[in-house]
Design a protein around this ligand. Structure first.
Ligand code: MG
Length: 262
């Protein structure tokens, strides 16, 4: 089941993408918090504007340096424990939204990642129980002001700026999906920049969420970003970035200069 949030006729709805892939069945309420109940409205996927399928209630909790080859390309040490950081929910945007390149950074990089949406309150969970707290998965990109990440010594500015966290195109709810065998790809203007597989994570999804839940309580609607494979690189205003996980879906965002939005 693929859960979408979308705007049509100036109203925001939740829905489920029909199996035919061309229609959306509207829901009465957010399926994260209630059993999905059809609203009776059906829309063509073409006529709706997809939004981020979730706005995290409290945080986007992320791990840095979770793929060894990416650690090597940036010339860092392999961490001994997961290296956690957060992106604020104000960084979240959806498919086709603009990514505003901050004026204070000379280098913003794309980082394609698997995102996981949490469905319950989670604290100190065992690895084996993690599947019971996952609502679904989505495609994410952890845009990073690389120069500021190095300069600042911590990552709030580098990874927390507005529009730095596109999520989409839907939340894929499929218990049969093997989270450790998904193909991640990132293209810039049609050129393949990143291609990796979640089997190369140093801390697999379930271990990561268990670890995170021992640090801070996870809330329904929180999103976990699980790290990026190698191939990160800079983007410039005017370019279009496509974020794709072959088994889930894809979406694109255009980069614009900060002044272009004023
Ligand atoms: Mg990242």
């Amino acid at each position: 089941m693929r859960v979408v949030r979308f705007r049509v006729h100036d109203t925001i709805h939740f829905g489920i993408v029909h199996k035919d892939g061309t229609h959306v069945m509207g829901l009465k309420a957010d399926p994260l918090f209630s059993e999905p109940e059809p609203s009776g409205h059906v829309f063509s996927l073409d006529e709706v504007r997809l939004l981020s399928p979730v706005i995290p209630r409290s945080k986007v909790l992320c791990v840095g340096r979770n793929y060894a080859e990416h650690v090597r390309e940036l010339d860092h040490e392999i961490p001994e424990e997961p290296l956690l950081f957060m992106k604020p929910n104000t960084a979240v945007i959806g498919p086709d939204d603009l990514i505003v390149h901050p004026s204070w950074s000379q280098r913003v990089d794309h980082e394609i990642e698997l995102g996981v949406v949490i469905k319950t309150i989670v604290k100190d969970i065992a690895v084996k129980d993690v599947p019971t707290v996952i609502f679904g998965v989505l495609v994410a990109n952890d845009f990073t002001a690389r120069d500021c990440q190095q300069k600042d010594g911590q990552w709030t500015r580098a990874k927390g700026f507005d529009t730095s966290c596109p999520l989409g195109p839907w939340i894929d709810i499929n218990p049969d999906l093997d989270l450790q065998n998904l193909t991640l790809e990132c293209e810039v203007d049609g050129e393949l920049r990143q291609q990796g597989n979640t089997k190369d994570m140093m801390w697999p999804v379930h271990e990561l969420i268990s670890y995170m839940s021992k640090v801070c309580t996870l809330l329904p609607g929180d999103v976990i970003l699980t790290g990026t494979p190698h191939g990160v690189g800079p983007v410039k205003p005017g370019q279009i970035v496509t974020s794709r996980i072959a088994e889930i879906g894809e979406f694109s965002n255009r980069i614009v200069a900060a002044e272009a939005t004023h």
